[in-house]
Design a binder for this molecule. Structure first.
Ligand code: IPT
Length: 984
């Protein structure tokens, strides 16, 4: 085994311990994480005494003395971040360091938290042996004293450190003192895109190490797919025996044994209970047999190609920052499993060690990433990058070793990642070399070096679809060096980040997935990112909202770029996660309406279909008219079958009909109960098509007539004779409907500053689409219609939309046909094309037949199912942390908006339309910075859109694909309005 590389580099004479290049001193060599053994342990988590100083008062260490009186200090929960515990404030920057770049020096203004904790040993704490004090994570530099004696210093915030303290301990009255500096030389290595959150944010534990304890151990458990056998060898310097009772294994440490065994995979996470018995300690552990290898240019586990349906996960909790409890970690994994996510990249640092135990248990492929990012050096062309400066190399090697040693025994950890966004340099090569020697059995990942010189996988972030497709064909742009090029071209490819989930979106997921499923080399990717890092706050009147960069008065910040996850900060799934679940579903269900068949394809990497139960239903106007079970054979992974569907009795009635086939869990699993839906397919019945028509002219048209008060009456409608606007619908006051093309720009509309493609959210505003004026050119009450001719255009330009509204009526029904003709040179797509109307705010309930239940846009609509849906108007809103366009429902045939008493307005589309309703205007939505800024008014604003522009992911990735652009082009569409009397 290679020696632990950290050593103790000499600190420069003028550098203090928190500014020197070293990773610290005094710590024991890193070792494997052990969740539990029969050795005693004592958690020191709890309420500690705390004092915050504005500077690193390095000389004043009186507080470390046992007799120091800290009773006037504050109290702080450990684990925790003091900035979330009432002391100072969090700060968010993406790339830029929030202090002058002058490595390894840090500012004099260096918030420093002194912590004190007094504890007694339990009565039964064993005598003899050693006792170790363990910290699982402290940001960013900790200096530690026990009973007045200094035990050491460490950096490496998301990595453990252990100190031998047996000689300092007493039975009771032990005083642990920890000084934590927010800024240290290590801050230069920890420039991840996240909040700066200092503190003792992971567990602090005292561990008894009996004589003859298991100092460290390394489980090597491979699986041979040609024989079905597992091979196990456990290395441990302290010796001992290894037993796996279920497999009848009982071997010495260091001995290799091969036995028939079931493999471990993310889909079938088969673990075997094992015990390592040393002379003085029994360590239970779990074995998952699996072999990961790059073969023939493909990443394989147990001989099979796998496809990452992944997410990038930062540790985040809206109240506790990166101090996550076990329940939250488990919740993250349950949510992932329930949404068909099968992989996690631990961006951009090793997670709490217990998280990986849960990944082993529940089944996730893990890319474990080192706590390393020096992105801020990119601002100056990477000048001075620590990664390419030998003085920092020991600290970087120390980080690699602490990750690998801690996490090496997890079957879930498939890949080591050297870090994120830290340029290139010799230290990366040194880290790679050290890791390969220590653990040759896992491939290496690092995205930041295009040559892939130190890695085994070709990885990119945010590459557009077209480029990914070229890579899929192994036809990417060559590297200058032919040898490196050949090497890289033979590598598997993954998108370590893609589909930037900031605000509304990401769009374009389905198109990526199609590429992954077409080209063997493309092994999927990891959506950026799992959760919005919004910090929970309350308005004075108690309403909760989530803060982002700038909300704490930071002089430098990156706004809401920190809120770019598939979960809202409170872990409610956003529409993006629902979409991802559908797009990556491991079973593809496609119908052939003409043949009356369904094709089922098993897209699992490993599992057959025996864990699923299939059902079919035949739905007429959104109601299941017939349903039953579907007998799907337990297809092996990769298999396809075509099955005949029954002929339902209801097939020859009236109404629009759809087939739906669903795959649900047949039995309870550790992550979801039986009946949980995994995949589905829906398609229109061949003989029962929908009404894809434009609103017809009525058969017996009413004639519009002028009446007193400057109005025109037509059927149930009362119009303003001057403007032609509908004012009343059978007693319901209305504003509009008028043409509307504006939407409150989404984060993806606005794009990122570094994007070279047009950023439509900005261009729309420049063109004035948010301040369109409506000129009325004519209001003509003809024989059978009221025709209103207008031109809709912004000031200062020649662009316009000639818009003709043609109103007709029969009986209780009022029809509107809209014809739009663009005028001028439109080079911009339109945000939306439809009408907006204002209705009475007492209409609070929506029922619609169309796509749902959730939000959908042209390139985020895979999860939208046609059915009968209901929701309150409030529930139609998607609470993006920074308010923006949201809440559209796709393919809506008809919608009813009702008051509490059941009265209301019904709108039918010809053809189906996009429906949006909110209690504020798009302009108010646009102006709001936080959800609490949105205050409902008296009007219900309804958008009925013929078309919408796609979403894309330009907030950090490619924009809207051409096929989802809404070009300005002639269009016609229509709606029918009626009123609803009291129901029931
Ligand atoms: C990329 C980072 O790796 C990630 O940490 C995060 O910042 C993400 O972008 C955007 O949210 S780097 C980006 C400049 C491509």
């Amino acid at each position: 085994m290679p020696a632990h590389p950290s050593g103790s580099p000499a600190a420069g004479p003028h550098l203090t311990y928190y500014e020197d290049f070293s990773p610290g001193h005094g710590a024991l060599p890193p070792r494997a994480w052990v969740p539990a053994s029969d050795a005693a342990r004592l958690s020191l988590n709890g309420l500690w005494w705390f004092r915050l100083s504005p500077t690193a008062t390095a000389e004043d260490t009186a507080f470390t003395r046992p007799d120091f009186d800290a009773s006037r200090w504050d109290i702080l929960a450990v684990p925790g971040h003091w900035v979330l515990g009432g002391h100072g404030a969090p700060a968010y920057t993406n790339v830029r360091y929030p202090f002058p770049v002058d490595p390894p020096r840090v500012p004099t203004e260096n918030p420093t938290g002194d912590h004190r904790h007094t504890f007694a040993l339990p009565e039964d704490w064993p005598a003899g042996g050693e006792t170790v004090l363990r910290f699982d994570g402290v940001e960013s530099c900790a200096r530690i004293w026990l009973n007045g004696r200094e035990v050491g210093v460490f950096k490496g915030s998301r990595l453990p450190a252990e100190y031998p303290v047996g000689h300092l301990l007493r039975r009771r009255g032990n005083v642990l003192a920890v000084r934590v500096h927010q800024w240290s030389s290590a801050s230069y290595l920890e420039d991840q895109d996240m909040w700066w959150l200092p503190g003792v944010f992971r567990d602090v534990t005292l561990l008894h190490r009996p004589a003859g304890c298991v100092a460290d151990f390394f489980v090597h458990a491979g699986w041979d797919h040609s024989t079905g056998e597992g091979t196990l060898r456990v290395d441990a310097p302290s010796g001992g025996r290894v037993t796996v009772p279920e497999l009848g294994v009982d071997v010495a440490v260091g001995e290799t044994v091969t036995v028939p065994a079931e493999p471990w995979s993310a889909e079938v996470p088969r673990l075997y209970e094992a015990v390592l018995t040393g002379a003085g300690e029994r360590v239970p552990f779990r074995v998952g047999f699996r072999t990961v290898a790059v073969e023939d240019g493909v990443l394989k586990v147990n001989g099979r190609r796998i496809l990452f349906r992944g997410v990038n996960r930062h540790e985040f909790h809206p109240e506790h920052g990166r101090a996550l409890d076990l329940g939250t970690m488990r919740e993250d994994l349950l949510l992932m499993k329930r949404h068909n996510v099968n992989a996690v990249r631990t961006s951009h640092y090793p997670p709490h060690p217990a998280f990986l135990d849960l990944c082993d248990e529940l089944g996730l492929w893990v890319v474990d990433e080192c706590d390393l990012e020096t992105h801020g050096f990119a601002e100056d062309g990477w000048a001075g990058n620590p990664v390419d400066d030998d003085r920092w190399t020991p600290a970087l090697l120390d980080r690699a070793a602490r990750m690998v040693e801690r996490d090496k025994n997890h079957p879930s950890v498939l890949v080591w990642s050297l870090g994120n966004e830290c340029g290139t340099g010799r230290a990366l090569t040194a880290m790679a070399r050290w890791i390969r020697e220590r653990d040759p059995d896992r491939p290496l990942h690092y995205e930041g070096d295009r040559t892939c010189a130190d890695t085994d996988l070709y990885s990119r972030m945010y590459a557009p679809h077209a480029e990914v497709e070229r890579i899929g064909r192994r036809e990417e742009e060559p590297l200058d060096d032919p040898a490196l090029d050949a090497r890289r071209r033979a590598m598997p490819f993954l998108l370590c980040e893609y589909a930037h989930a900031m605000g509304n979106g990401p769009g374009g997921l389905a198109e990526y997935q199609r590429l992954f499923e077409t080209h063997e080399r493309l092994q999927g990717g990891f959506v950026w990112e799992w959760i919005d890092h919004g910090i929970a706050r309350r308005t004075p009147d108690g309403r909760r909202w989530f803060a982002y960069g700038g909300d704490f008065g930071e002089e430098l910040h990156d706004g809401n770029f920190v809120c770019d996850g598939l979960l809202f900060p409170d872990r409610t799934p956003s529409p993006g996660l629902v979409e991802y679940k559908k797009v990556v579903e491991p079973v593809r269900i496609e119908g052939d309406p003409v043949a009356g068949t369904v094709r089922v394809t098993n897209r699992h990497d490993v599992a057959d279909l025996s864990h699923l139960r299939f059902t079919w239903s035949y739905e007429v106007d959104g109601v299941a008219a017939a349903r039953g079970d579907l007998d799907v054979p337990p297809l092996a992974a990769g298999g396809t079958t075509e099955l005949k569907l029954p002929l339902p009795a209801a097939a020859d009635g009236a109404g629009e009909a759809f087939w739906q086939v669903r795959a649900v869990l047949a039995r309870d699993t550790p992550w979801a109960p039986a009946g949980h839906e995994v995949a589905w397919g829906q398609w229109p019945a061949a003989d029962r098509p929908g009404s894809l028509r434009t609103a017809p002219d009525p058969e017996r048209p009413h004639r519009p007539r002028h009446a007193e008060g400057g109005v025109v009456l037509l059927g149930p409608g009362t119009f303003d004779a001057a403007t032609g606007e509908l004012r009343l619908l059978d007693g319901f006051a209305l504003a509009g409907p008028r043409l509307d093309v504006w939407r409150a720009p989404t984060d993806n509309d606005l794009g990122a500053p570094w994007q070279s493609d047009p950023r439509h959210g900005l261009l729309w505003r420049e063109a004035g689409l948010h301040r369109m004026r409506h000129r009325v050119d004519g209001v003509v009450a003809g024989d059978d219609a009221l025709t209103v001719t207008t031109r809709v255009a912004p000031a200062a330009g020649s662009l316009g939309l000639r818009t003709v509204y043609r109103w007709t009526a029969d009986g209780d029904r009022l029809h509107l046909a809209v014809a739009v003709t663009p005028e001028g040179r439109w080079t911009l797509p339109l945000p939306r094309l439809g009408v907006r109307l204002g209705l009475c705010g007492t209409l609070t309930r929506a029922e619609w037949f169309g796509g749902g239940p959730g939000e959908a846009y042209p390139d985020t609509r895979a999860a939208s199912r046609v059915g009968l849906h209901t929701a309150s108007v409030d529930a139609l809103q998607t609470p993006y942390v920074r308010p923006q366009e949201n809440g559209a429902r796709a393919d809506v045939r008809r919608v009813r908006l009702r008051r509490e008493d059941g009265t209301g307005v019904a709108i039918e589309g010809g053809p189906p339309f996009w429906f949006t309703a909110r209690r504020w205007t798009s302009e108010e939505l646009d102006a709001a910075a936080h959800t609490c800024d949105l205050v409902p008014g008296d009007t219900l604003w309804v958008n009925l859109d013929h078309a919408l522009h796609g979403i894309g992911s330009q907030s950090c990735g490619p924009g809207v694909l051409p096929r989802h652009r809404l070009e300005a082009a002639p269009a016609s569409f229509g709606f029918t309005f009626t009123t609803l009397g009291e129901s029931r």
